[in-house]
Design a binder for this molecule. Structure first.
Ligand code: NGQ
Ligand code: ZN
Length: 447
């Protein structure tokens, strides 16, 4: 049994003072407020729960900052995707693991304690299957094991290049499965997670472009009750292509062909009519928002006020990992709403409510639902916690608002996963080793 003491801690009931957290076997075993610090093993200032990062493509961290130079014509999401496919053509399993290690170290340093890895690169560089079809899934699990981040692995089903079952293009060859090979991939992925204490296995049809409704129906039972994720309506071209093919919009089509409920997480869902927005909100599914990536790729702005006003649930993800930072995701989400609506404190939703607290609470609960693992500092939950630098964020109720909106440099001091302190003074214990390997890989890619 270990005891940590905090001057202030954000508990499910709100802020509490002089809090002792008891930890046993990686779980929170007891919480008491108004306690004496003398009995504690270690003392800290401000504690908040670790945040779930509900959507990541770890390998894309290798191209962060390398796609910001203008090309010959009309730079867009689709030209970025071509660059992404070209990067991918060169990565082998060791590279994939090294990049994931880097991304996961940065996630932990940023206050994310669990990641939903939307894992869609499965095959060798020529498209042939590895001897173990779960080779690369295993590399994601290995990166989670060595860095210590919690993992919800979402093996991705990808079979087509666009709506209507069109054939995939050459850049997509490493992603492709049919339902039969995907079933083997799911078995291999379950094996890869065996050594990880609280790993969760779900699955993800990549998008309605890459999977038909029939295929989605065929693979969903393989999740055995686990989380189900899908990209949807991120770009207006996707909406136009869907309308041209079937006369319906992507979110509409998904609801018509699939039973969408609380196990589902719809990534982006940027372009929805009001009716679609309300339908998604009422379904109980989570909207997986990736505000920094959506801005970076020029996707558009999610109709957050209508969605949350209708009771919609959301969480945040770092997606392309162009910048890994929990506070910045929440800030970007609020600021995009302010800019679009020429208003302030949009996501607070109620008079007297702090915007930072509303954003954080929603992302904590939505992320937990989407990743199939509870969050928050509560008895029985994994002891996944973050301490903030009290000098930067202060110690009053405004700490979350200051952390999200008003802190000029990283405010994270320590991060614990299952009670183990992985980050100290803002630095992960493996940072040097992981960074060295990652820098070498970037040099090789540039050569
Ligand atoms: C992905 N990324 O699968 O990595 C996608 C782009 C696609 C984002 N949606 C590719 N941000 O959607 O076809
Ligand atoms: Zn994505």
């Amino acid at each position: 049994m270990m005891r940590l003491w905090f001057e202030r801690a954000l508990l499910p009931t709100g802020w509490a003072d002089a809090v002792t957290v008891e930890i046993a076997n990686g779980l929170v075993a007891g919480i008491a407020a108004g306690t004496d610090s003398a009995d504690a093993d270690e003392r800290y200032t401000v504690a908040i729960p670790g945040l779930p990062n509900l959507h990541s493509h770890a390998f894309q961290r290798a191209m962060a900052g390398l796609t910001e130079v203008r090309g010959p014509v009309g730079d867009s999401f689709w030209t970025w995707r071509e660059q992404m496919y070209r990067t991918l053509d060169r990565l082998d399993p060791d590279d994939m693991e090294a990049i994931a290690n880097m991304a996961y170290v940065e996630m932990l340093e940023a206050g994310f304690t669990r990641v939903g890895e939307f894992h869609y690169v499965h095959h060798d560089r020529d498209g042939s299957h590895y001897a173990d079809i779960g080779e690369l899934a295993g590399r994601m699990a290995a990166a989670a094991a060595s860095t210590g981040i919690g993992l919800t692995l979402l093996p991705v089903f990808y079979a087509h290049g666009n709506f209507g079952g069109q054939p995939p293009n050459n850049g997509q060859r490493r992603f492709i499965n049919d339902p039969e090979s995907f079933a083997r991939l799911m078995e291999a992925s379950a094996r890869a997670l065996l050594g990880l204490p609280d790993a969760v296995l779900g699955l993800a049809p990549h998008s309605l472009r890459a999977a038909t409704a029939e295929e989605i129906a065929a693979i969903v039972p393989l999740a055995q009750g686990g989380p189900l994720h899908i990209h949807v309506a991120e770009q207006t071209r996707e909406v136009d292509d869907c309308l041209a093919w079937c006369g319906r919009r992507p979110v509409e089509l998904l609801f018509e062909t699939t039973e969408v409920g609380e196990r589902w997480c719809l990534i982006h869902a940027t372009h929805m009519t009001h009716a679609e927005t309300v339908r998604l909100a009422h379904s109980g599914a989570v909207a997986g928002l990736c505000p920094i990536t959506e801005a970076n790729l020029g996707d558009g702005i999610f109709p957050a006020d209508a969605f949350v006003g209708a009771g919609g649930r959301y969480g945040v993800g770092s997606d392309s990992n162009v910048l890994i930072d929990a506070a910045s995701e929440l800030r970007m989400l609020e600021y995009s709403q302010r800019l679009a609506r020429r208003a302030r404190n949009v996501m607070a939703m109620a008079e007297g409510r702090s915007t930072g607290t509303a954003l954080f609470d929603a992302a904590l609960a939505g992320g937990a639902q989407a990743l199939g693992a509870p969050s928050g500092i509560a008895v029985g939950n994994a002891a996944d916690m973050v301490s903030l630098d009290a000098e930067l964020v202060g110690e009053n109720a405004a700490a979350l608002d200051r952390w999200i909106f008003a802190t000029p440099r990283p405010a994270i001091d320590c991060v614990w996963r299952r009670g183990e302190r992985l980050v100290e003074r803002g630095v992960h214990r493996d940072r040097d080793r992981v960074t060295w390997r990652f820098a070498k890989l970037l040099d090789d890619l540039a050569a």
